[in-house]
Design a protein around this ligand. Structure first.
Ligand code: PLP
Length: 323
């Protein structure tokens, strides 16, 4: 990582902080206790947390004279969609490398990827190592064609990317000086890592979504260069919201999504923010989040993924019946 990278501006800052009084009351908290940081409203192509990370990683790619951004993820990756959007905004090419076979119908993020002009490579292979190998081969192919590819890491996460969320944490402290706990989804790890770097481990609760095998170690590795002395054991991580794995949609997440939609008019997504809210609700029930504490829910976006999730139509039928 080059210490001299200057971040780009790709999003709209600062993102707003709003009260969630009706949700707070529903959870038995004081009406002023619960706030939401609207990092779903970051500006570019559907919004979400990946823009803050891309401001750093794409800046580094440009410093290295890249003309093509290559990245990997699940086919419904919000990170891949926003990498495509960043490339479009900057006049670069984007190549998105996904596992498995192309789906019969495009939905969710894959629709937006097409509109944004990204090239999509389905590798046939499954699993993280095979996907990384496939991305390396795509970069080789691009170089042999005369392109200058930059590989943006899985989920957009690296210690450099985490700086985007260290900035978010500083922004948040200026908006909510009395913050006690920030609750955030933990996927590939740099979002939580950046928040830990600026808020400290005690004030950051990460809710794992099951995207990686070793979330605690990954977050600790990304924090280390930014905030030396934070150990993996110091991190607050809830691993109870994963269900049967990353693609699963649990009852707790369904309840979190319908509750927040109905009392605040804010829609969460089934993979990330729904799990983060289920984790916030669970922490409230345990007393880890108590009345009088100022808690901020970090809304990291992800709504496009809702429309590419196979279990969502049946969930919507169930939701329709609870009125
Ligand atoms: C990727 C993502 C996260 C998790 O961020 P990481 O930095 O990968 O941990 C949270 N919410 C949404 C909507 C995401 O797309």
């Amino acid at each position: 990582m080059s210490a001299s990278v200057v971040p780009l501006t790709l999003g709209t800052w600062p993102t707003p902080v709003e009260p969630m009084p009706r949700l707070a009351a529903a959870l038995g908290l004081g009406r002023e206790d619960l706030l939401v940081k609207r990092d779903d409203l970051t500006g570019l192509a559907g919004g979400g947390n990946k823009i803050r990370k891309l401001e750093w990683t794409v800046a580094e790619a440009l410093a290295n004279d890249a003309d093509t951004l290559v990245t990997t993820g699940a086919p419904q990756s919000n990170h891949a969609r926003l990498t495509a959007a960043a490339a479009a905004r900057l006049g670069l090419r984007a190549v998105l490398v996904f596992p498995g076979e192309p789906p019969a119908d495009r939905s969710g993020n894959l629709v937006l990827d097409a509109f944004l002009g990204a090239e999509i490579v389905f590798t046939g292979a499954q699993g993280q190592p095979a996907l990384a190998d496939a991305a390396a081969r795509v970069c080789e192919r691009l170089r042999s064609e005369g392109a200058r590819p930059a590989l943006i890491p899985f989920g957009g996460s690296s210690a450099l990317a985490a700086r985007g969320y260290a900035t978010c944490g500083e922004e948040l402290l200026a908006q909510v000086p009395g913050l006690r706990t920030a609750v955030v989804a933990l996927g590939s790890g740099a979002t939580m890592a950046g928040l830990v770097a600026s808020l400290g481990p005690d004030r950051t609760l990460g809710v794992d979504v099951g995207a990686v095998d070793d979330p605690r170690q990954r977050v600790a590795a990304f924090v280390a260069p930014l905030a030396p002395g934070v150990r993996a054991d110091d991190l607050r991580v809830d691993r109870d919201q994963v269900g049967s794995g990353y693609p699963s949609l649990t009852t707790a997440v369904e309840e979190a999504i319908t509750l927040v939609a109905r009392v605040e008019g804010i829609v969460l997504d089934p993979t990330y923010t729904g799990r983060a809210m289920a984790g916030l609700i669970a922490a409230t029930r345990r007393g880890e989040i108590a009345p009088g504490d100022t808690t901020v829910f970090i809304h990291t976006g992800g709504l496009p993924g809702m429309f590419g999730h196979p279990d969502v139509p049946a969930f919507a039928e169930r939701a329709q019946k609870i009125n």
